[in-house]
Design a protein around this ligand. Sequence first.
Ligand code: HEC
Length: 204
Amino acid sequence: MTMRDFTRATLVLALMVLMIGCQGRPKEKAPIHLNPNMDTQPKMLPQGESDFFADGKADRLPVEGTIARGDLRLDDVYYRGLKQGTEEYVDTNPVAVTATSLARGQERFNIYCAVCHGQDGVGRSIMVEKGYQPPPTFHEPPVLDYVDGRLFDVISNGVRNMPGYANQIPVDDRWKIVQYVRALQRSQTASVEDVPEEQRADFE
Ligand code: HEC
């Protein structure tokens, strides 16, 4: 190595050290930025100061009547499955049961839930075969004893390893799925007494 190579190598090394050394140290002024690319822009921080407004605050108060996320109290029953103004689950489904709503619930259940819970709600499914955590059966306690509001809450917000489906399934459909889960449960826990007397002969 000639002296010249050595000097050059030292210079390159020093430059590298200098450049690395410039990273990550807090400074008042923005770093020299040859192509700013709109990376740094003036902005107001929440609750900061500003001389733009007469009161010296950077932000304005929210419009009167603004509701914080999660604080909507218009209809706790329908939107959250809770008794109005409480954190207690409602017992019964606010959406009336009809043949159409039940059919819709069945269709949505088979689209969204059956992959994990199985079409019968027992918890045997393709996802479990592929190694997903087996979900509990719907046909025994504790799930059998859940009130409608609690089932709605599980679908909306998920529970432990089950993700919530509020983003994919509209509120109305969630309630119809709850109706269908109830029908599934009836189907697994039914006795001959549930059959109208004149038709019982067919089942005995
Ligand atoms: C990605 C798989 C998956 C999907 C899809 C899914 N679940 Fe689940 N579900 C689970 C698992 C796993 C558990 C058990 C969670 C745990 O205990 O960690 C569970 C638990 C439950 C429970 C019992 C909750 C409890 O408190 O123990 C109910 C009820 C339920 N699911 C209903 C549904 C309904 C209705 C749908 C369709 C909207 C659905 N699930 C979609 C995987 C799924």
